[in-house]
Ligand binder design. Structure first.
Ligand SMILES: NC(=O)c1ccc[n+]([C@@H]2O[C@H](COP(=O)([O-])OP(=O)(O)OC[C@H]3O[C@@H](n4cnc5c(N)ncnc54)[C@H](OP(=O)(O)O)[C@@H]3O)[C@@H](O)[C@H]2O)c1
Length: 270
C-alpha cells in the first residue's frame, strides 16, 4: 500500500511561482497541495486553485497550515517574517524561495533553524547551485582576474540585483576571503573613476519574460572566462522547491541549503 501524500501549505500560491508549484504538486508522488495562502487583498481569495480545485485560496495562514506537514513560501520579503514566525509557532518545516531579503531577514531565517527545519535558497535550481561552487573555484584559481556578475530577469521582477546574483557574488567574495557587503559594487554611473581592485560588480538588466540568466565573468589581461546559467522556465525552481520540501519532512531542526538537498543523494523523482 502506498503511503498517503503529505500536505503542503503554499504561501504566495497565486503568484507566478506559486501557480507553477501547485501545478507540479498535482502529480508529485510524495506531496500534495493542502492549503493555498494568498494576501488578504488578493482577488483570488475564496476561489478554487485552477490546478487543484478541491483547494480554495485563503488568507488565514495559521488556519491553512494547521492540516499541513510542510510549508513552501514564494511570497514577498515584506511578509516573510510573519510567515516564518507562524511556521515556527506551529513547529512545521518551511522552504523559502522568496528573495529580496535584507541581511537581518537572512539572519532571522537562519536563527529560526533553532526551532524548525528551515531552508532558504535564492535559487532552487541544480545548475545555479553548481555554478556557485564553480565560481568559487575559479575565483580562487584566477585570483588576479576581476570578477563581475550580470543577471537578466523578466520585466515584473520587484528586487534587484537578484538574490541569485548576490548568492553568486558571496560565493566569489568568500572564496577570496572577503564579504560581498564590503566588495560589492551595485551601480556605476557618471565619472566613476577606475575600477577598485578587488571589487565585485553585480549588475541587473530587466525585460521581457526572461526567467533568469546569470553570468559570472572573470576578466583577465588578454583573456576572460564566462560561466553562465540560463533558466529556460520557472519549472526548475518549482521542482527544486518541491524536492526541498520533501527533504525537510521529518528532518531535525536546523538551517538547510540546497547544497544539503543535492548532497543528500535523494533522487529527484522520488
Ligand atoms: N528561490 C528561487 O528559486 C526563486 C525562483 C523564482 C522566484 N523567486 C522569488 O520568489 C518570490 C515570488 O516570485 P513570483 O515571481 O512568484 O512573484 P509574484 O508573482 O509577485 O508572487 C508573489 C505572490 O505572493 C503573494 N503574497 C504577497 N503577500 C502575501 C501574504 N502576506 N500572504 C500570502 N501571499 C502573499 C502575492 O500576492 P499579491 O500579488 O496580492 O501581493 C503574489 O501572489 C520573489 O521573491 C522571487 O524573486 C525565487
Amino acid at each position: 500500500m502506498t503511503a498517503p501524500r503529505r500536505k503542503v501549505a503554499l504561501v504566495g500560491a497565486g503568484g507566478r511561482m506559486g501557480q507553477k508549484i501547485a501545478e507540479l504538486l498535482q502529480a508529485d508522488p510524495v506531496l500534495s497541495l493542502g492549503a493555498a495562502v494568498e494576501s488578504e487583498e488578493s482577488p483570488v481569495i475564496g476561489l478554487p486553485v485552477p490546478s487543484s480545485p478541491e483547494v480554495v485560496y485563503e488568507a488565514d495562514l495559521a488556519r491553512g497550515m494547521a492540516t499541513c506537514d510542510v510549508g513552501i513560501d514564494f511570497s514577498s520579503p515584506e511578509t516573510l517574517r510573519r510567515s516564518v514566525e507562524a511556521f515556527a509557532a506551529a513547529g512545521k518545516p518551511l522552504v523559502i524561495g522568496t528573495t529580496g531579503l535584507t541581511l537581518s531577514d537572512r539572519d532571522f531565517v537562519r536563527e529560526m533553524g533553532a526551532h524548525i527545519p528551515i531552508l532558504w535558497s535564492p535559487n532552487m535550481s541544480l545548475g545555479v547551485n553548481l555554478l556557485a561552487i564553480l565560481a568559487g573555484q575559479a575565483a580562487r584559481a584566477l585570483e588576479e582576474f576581476d570578477a563581475e556578475i550580470l543577471e537578466i530577469h523578466h520585466r515584473h521582477k520587484k528586487d534587484a540585483p537578484s538574490g541569485t546574483a548576490l548568492f553568486l557574488g558571496e560565493a566569489v567574495a568568500s572564496a577570496r576571503n572577503g564579504a560581498l557587503s564590503q566588495s560589492g559594487v551595485f551601480v556605476r554611473h557618471g565619472l566613476t573613476g577606475e575600477r577598485e581592485p578587488g571589487s565585485i560588480g553585480v549588475m541587473a538588466l530587466r525585460g521581457g519574460d526572461v526567467p533568469g540568466d546569470h553570468t559570472v565573468f572573470f576578466l583577465g589581461s588578454g583573456e576572460r572566462l564566462e560561466l553562465t546559467h540560463r533558466a529556460e522556465s520557472r519549472e526548475i525552481f518549482a521542482r527544486g522547491a518541491i524536492r526541498a520540501a520533501a527533504f525537510l519532512l521529518d528532518r531535525p531542526t536546523g538551517f538547510y541549503t540546497m547544497a544539503d538537498v543535492l548532497m543528500s543523494g535523494e533522487p529527484e523523482n522520488r
